[in-house]
Design a protein around this ligand. Sequence first.
Ligand SMILES: *Cc1c(COP(=O)(O)O)cnc(C)c1O
Length: 389
Amino acid sequence: MSYKNNYSFISSAPLPRSWVEIDGQALRFNIRVARNRIPKKTKIIAVVKSDAYGHGLVPISRELVQSGIEVLGINNVDEVIELRNAGIQNPLLILCPILPPEAPLVIANNAWVVVSSFNEAKWLNNAAEHLGKKAIIHLKIDTGMGRLGFSPSNFVKEMEKIKKLSSVCIGAVCTHFAQADTDLEATEKQWLELLKLKEYFKGLPIHVANSAALWRKSVYACDYVRIGLALYGLAPMSFLRRLLRPIMSWKCKVVLIKELPKNHPISYGSTYRLKKPSKIAVLSIGYGDGYLRSLSNKAFVLIKGKRCPVRGAVTMNQIMVDISELPSCKIGEEAILIGTQGKESINADELAKLAGTISYEILTNIHSNIPRQYRHFLSRSNASLHYYE
Ligand SMILES: *Cc1c(COP(=O)(O)O)cnc(C)c1O
């Protein structure tokens, strides 16, 4: 007996209980804001690592490229394959070190790589030689981030060795700021550390700025900027947030409504007790979907334009919110976890602050099986509602 056949009649997708909407118009608006911030000669490396910060790697990359973005910044070889399979031909800059077996794939797909050691350059050189191509690498200097990059003290020596590799071409020199969002002085110190070595890489393009740095100081724009968060309409600094439009809304549905008496406990651990008789809505979202458990008893959701407080612990697939102020709320009602409804808004930064994290983690934590719907996208494959899993 075929289990599969018995169930084939339910194979079409039902309406989702939780979904993410992504607005192409807002994305293009943010791209324009970024363009206006940089000199004409400066190219944008749009960072689309981690599934474009949870927005969807291929649809976002297509839209960025269609809107004139020159380079896509990614994390690994899987993303190279996915983007090339999607027909994207732009330069792809891999921001993370590659491993030796990955070198041929990187070269065959014309990806650029940020390199932090002579060995990485050598592996890429060998693969390039073998394939009759050139490896394009961006040399990174660790000016204070303590993650990737050559240490400034041996950068010059290593660069000279790399220059002797016949199938390697140095496309740029770069560094990464550790505190662009919080500490201008420390950021400037890193910048000056890079400039100390400038005579050694004269003529080569430079890139240093992430979103925060770009809006801290315009000289950080250099030849390329590597920006992610700002394109998605978010920013660590509130003045920048006001210039941008968040491109993502995250929604779910009311699946049950109940009246509970005063003192009734709510959810695991009974961490909340009703202060008065209340109307409670159960929503179809939880930490298993990426709505952080640390939002328990802290966050709000929007229903019918009103802020409704989350009561009790966030569970794996459900949360409870107080809707006592909303007499007309019905089963199936839309609830906004992130986004705008009427005059009220909840953004990823608000959730991040409540959960003790950063907006990046809120976005990238939204489970990939939550469907993304693309609206107002120019790229043809996303012209209508587009769900992907
Ligand atoms: C992720 C990343 C960026 C983008 O940072 P945003 O703050 O999202 O603009 C830039 N550079 C590097 C090296 C990164 O890893």
